[in-house]
Design a protein around this ligand. Structure first.
Ligand code: SAM
Ligand code: SF4
Length: 343
């Protein structure tokens, strides 16, 4: 399918993947993600359902083929499922409503799983095939301490409901020294036993939290070495269009992903951009380059202003991020929390 005006950045990278945050609020308070007393945005600043839809269609017209909805926690937004249904209609051949130029190949979601049991069937019916569920521990007390909410039973019920509904579940686990380090092999074994892929992630220095992330930063090279003492890991060519690199584990028969923004920079093949729930486009997860799409959407000529804003984003997308967690007491690399861009 040809796209009249594809999104290509100043380094000739074709941008085909959008992570769209639908809300900045969350029902958990993961200690590495946000403080207990997180300041959320006034609701009036958040895009309406219609604006989110219009924005997503604008991106699809410019060649975005993969769209991931995220948050905050996307499933705490009340009208969220209506957006999923509307975007689900753009999957496959599309309905021509945007001029027939763009076509969505995949619609996915990243969730903490607390409300998944309620929505799994609706998501599947809307055309979602795969979802990512974040799960850092299966120990109820450790989960309650880490997320500051005692919600593990709901999350596990949500994962089970998703599987029942026919959704392919991938688990995402942030590796944390002194928190889940010892449990990671069991978590991987459990995930594979349930038929779920699982990806490990290094903690990133985004936004002030109460703790010093240096205390819990765990390079995945160490985790991998520990797993290799237990199992046979073979590097895999599998790619999902994202930064994860995979290994197959012979003994479990499952696949394990590694996302290593700190130990191994993955920016050369970056194909993605992020938009917050207030319509701020961030050209890089690890940068401050920003374009205000809400003003474009609310202007007298939204389609022209949006096109210009997206062209600007392509000109300012940086070559790479430069995070580090290399000393105690350092300020976060960025003031922005991960919950603003949704990962
Ligand atoms: N609330 C949803 C969830 O938890 O899946 C979606 C948003 S959350 C910000 C997306 C992902 O970012 C989660 O997998 C979470 O573990 C991860 N995350 C949050 N803060 C992080 C940080 N500072 N470093 C690395 N990953 C982080
Ligand atoms: Fe909420 Fe997700 Fe951040 Fe945890 S990681 S506090 S679930 S946004």
């Amino acid at each position: 399918m040809s796209v009249a005006n594809p999104l290509i950045d100043q380094f000739s990278r074709r941008i085909s993947y959008l992570r769209l945050s639908v809300i900045d609020r969350c029902d958990l308070r993961c200690a590495y993600c946000m403080p207990e007393r997180m300041t959320f945005l006034p609701k009036a600043e958040v895009l309406t359902l219609e604006e989110l839809h219009e924005l997503a269609l604008g991106f699809i017209d410019r060649g975005i083929t993969r769209l991931r909805l995220t948050g905050g926690e996307p499933l705490v937004r009340r009208d969220m499922i209506e957006l999923v249904r509307a975007l689900g209609r753009k999957l496959g051949a599309g309905d021509g409503a945007t001029g027939g130029e763009g076509r969505l190949e995949e619609l996915t979601l990243t969730t903490n799983g607390t409300r998944l049991a309620e929505f799994a069937d609706d998501l599947a019916a809307a055309g979602v095939h795969r979802i990512n569920v974040s799960l850092d521990t299966r120990d109820r007390a450790a989960f309650a301490k880490l997320t500051r909410r005692d919600s593990l039973p709901q999350v596990l019920a949500g994962i089970a409901a998703a599987r029942e509904a026919g959704l392919k579940v991938k688990l995402n686990t942030v590796a944390l020294k002194g928190v889940n380090e010892a449990e990671i092999p069991d978590l991987v074994g459990w995930a594979h036993g349930q038929g779920h892929d699982i990806t490990l992630i290094e903690v990133m220095p985004l936004g002030e939290v109460e703790q010093d992330r240096f205390d819990h930063y765990l390079p995945l090279s160490q985790v991998r070495a520990a797993l290799e003492r237990r199992w046979t890991l073979t590097p895999s060519d599998h790619r999902t269009g994202g930064p994860a690199r995979y290994a197959d584990i012979a003994e479990t028969g499952g696949r394990l992903g590694f996302i290593t923004p700190l130990t191994n920079n993955f920016c050369d093949g970056c194909n993605r951009i992020r938009v917050t729930a207030t319509g701020q486009l961030y050209a890089c997860l690890g940068g401050t380059e920003q374009v205000d799409l809400r003003t474009a959407l609310r202007s007298a000529d939204p389609s022209r202003e949006l096109a210009e804003a997206l062209d600007l984003a392509m000109r300012i997308k940086p070559a790479r991020h430069s995070f580090a967690i290399d000393r105690a007491g350092a300020a976060p690399a960025l003031a922005r929390h991960m919950s603003t861009t949704g990962g």
